[in-house]
Design a protein around this ligand. Sequence first.
Ligand SMILES: *Cc1c(COP(=O)(O)O)cnc(C)c1O
Length: 367
Amino acid sequence: MTRHFNFCAGPAALPTAVLERAREELLDYQGRGLSVMEMSHRSPEFVAIARRAEADLRELLAIPDNYRVLFLQGGASLQFAMVPMNLLGRGGAANFLHTGIWAKKAIAEAKRLGYPVHLAASGEANGHTRVPSQAEIVLSDDAAYLHYTANETIGGLAFDYIPEARRPDGSKVPLVCDMSSSILSGPLDVSRFGLIYAGAQKNVGPAGLTLVIVREDLLGQAVAGTPTLFDYRALADADSMVNTPPTFAWYLAGLVFQWLKHDIGGLEAMADINARKAEALYAAIDASGFYSNPIAGPNRSRMNVPFVLGDERHDKAFLAEAEAAGLLNLKGHRSVGGMRASLYNAVPASGVRALIDFMGDFARRHA
Ligand SMILES: *Cc1c(COP(=O)(O)O)cnc(C)c1O
């Protein structure tokens, strides 16, 4: 058996140790004689798995007690709708920072639902090559919250600071963040946020699970008529089990949390590893004279590194040779082309070294 290096943007690489543990437990979970997939979500065994996963996530991110953690379905894209439905029940406008394709989708969904939307800053004019500075962010007088995308997975653009969310009169509003492609890549001050959400399939676990971390005072403000399964209050009251949750994905996410704690040694250690991986790849791109990345230095994503070849006629050969060398899924997003290497937590430093070596060799042969 060979496991290749997988640079997919999502569903993404999972730690081999996690998959091995899941394999060991697949047919017979800890002597119970059945798989986690076959258990009632209300059984003591599964409830213990679910609680353990939440406790480990709380420990990793130091989530304060006045925040609830929800394990949901529907992906990050459903949160584009659930956030305004839950936070605009008392009126006001959804405010957004427009930083790229994922922010744009979140904005479009709030508009589609008919809510007032205000762009507090937009990077469209600079082609989303840097994030807005704090001074460039101007909320509306009626802002109910400010939404931003911590890491634009397609553009490879990441915030290097946590924005302040204040209306022009100085009053604070909740900060909402889509952290789908950066959560757990390093330590985080959760107390700065009203709500954080993330689809699991980048840095948390398999597809089918979505994490929501929400401050308790934001529960119970949903607009009238919000379906039960979209209502954070109802979901929190039922410990994410209003209906059947994605049990196996929840279990696997729990194994990833264990891996982060015990194999990696926590999120500080993870952040160091991620910084070294990304710095090495950007340095190789910048020094190559063959590859390039357009993002301003401080805003270069450590998770998703898009790059183009000097001549796009080499793209096909690049991808074919990379795959033959065991370097998978380097094709850029269909909307932007070029290449993209996603360097999530589960992509080892050895994979990044192999990629850098391959890129250097390819450039020498095609320059
Ligand atoms: C992948 C991604 C999404 C969409 O996630 P789904 O789970 O497929 O809905 C949203 N935002 C960001 C930043 C992403 O990377």
